[in-house]
Write a protein that binds this ligand. Structure first.
Ligand code: PGA
Length: 252
């Protein structure tokens, strides 16, 4: 049966010392909480990967990068490859976040390449998809999400796809305080699972973890996570304080 996951996405926040402290606070709180109904991941900026992986080594909290390059190595000044990320000890990489698609022009085709490079380096991928407010108002949100998944993921073998976690993040709910209702989110999650079933079969679809992201907080997490197709969350703002993040981790 599929895993529940709560993953933090710190984005461009915290200095290295602040990040190490936050990671340690999360790790201690997770240990103190005893048996949890979800896996816990922290998604951290590149400079934090090595010290945070060291600080969390052997513990219950896994580490994700927030991006990786679309080339495997070479003359790409300033870029960080999937292999570099994997060599830090990180187990996951977040790809396709709407901020990367929007501000850095990451295309469906480029993300396909990043997904392949990440998986080839042994990383698991947290793959984000989601529609803008305009797209939802125009009623094209199902089509937008389908295109993002088909274009960047559905070339994978079933085995490779098994290393992918999907995160549905409606752009209009990210950092805005506006959450999709649990019913709105569930509708899309069920749609995504159906797409996966059509491509890879019911067993794979049933094993696929699908996270919700967008203004998820301790107060709304229980209702979201109670839905049958919502298997946890990708958490931005509320992952920057250990207590808030733990309020979501323990929401199952
Ligand atoms: P938010 O961000 O929780 O601050 O809305 C979620 C995300 O962008 O992953």
């Amino acid at each position: 049966m599929r895993k529940n996951i709560v993953a933090g996405n710190w984005k461009m926040n915290t200095t290295v010392p602040e990040g190490i402290k936050l990671a340690q606070e999360v790790s201690q709180a997770v240990k103190a909480a005893g048996e949890l109904k979800c896996d816990v991941i922290v998604g951290v900026p590149f400079p934090h990967l090595v010290p945070v992986c060291q600080a969390l080594s052997g513990g219950p909290v896994a580490v994700a990068a927030e991006n990786c390059a679309d080339h495997d190595k070479g003359a790409y000044t300033g870029e960080v490859s999937a292999a570099m990320v994997a060599s830090t000890g990180a187990q996951y990489v977040i790809l396709g976040h709407s901020e990367r698609r929007g501000y850095y022009n990451e295309s469906i085709e480029m993300l396909k390449t990043k997904v392949d490079l990440a998986l080839a380096s042994g990383l698991r991928v947290i793959f984000c998809c989601g529609e803008s407010l305009e797209e939802r108002k125009a009623g094209t949100h199902f089509e937008v999400i389908k295109n993002e998944l088909v274009g960047s993921l559905f070339h994978l073998s079933a085995e490779a796809f098994g290393q992918v976690v999907i995160a549905y993040e409606p752009i209009w709910a990210i950092g805005t305080g506006e959450t999709a209702t649990a019913d709105q989110a569930e509708e899309i999650h069920a749609f995504i699972r159906q797409l996966v079933a059509e491509k890879y079969g019911a067993v794979v679809a049933n094993d696929t973890t699908i996270l919700y992201g967008g203004s998820c907080k301790p107060s709304n997490a229980p209702e979201l996570f109670a839905k049958p197709d919502i298997d946890g969350g990708l958490i931005g703002g509320a992952s920057l304080k250990a207590a808030d993040f733990m309020g979501i981790v323990t929401a199952f």
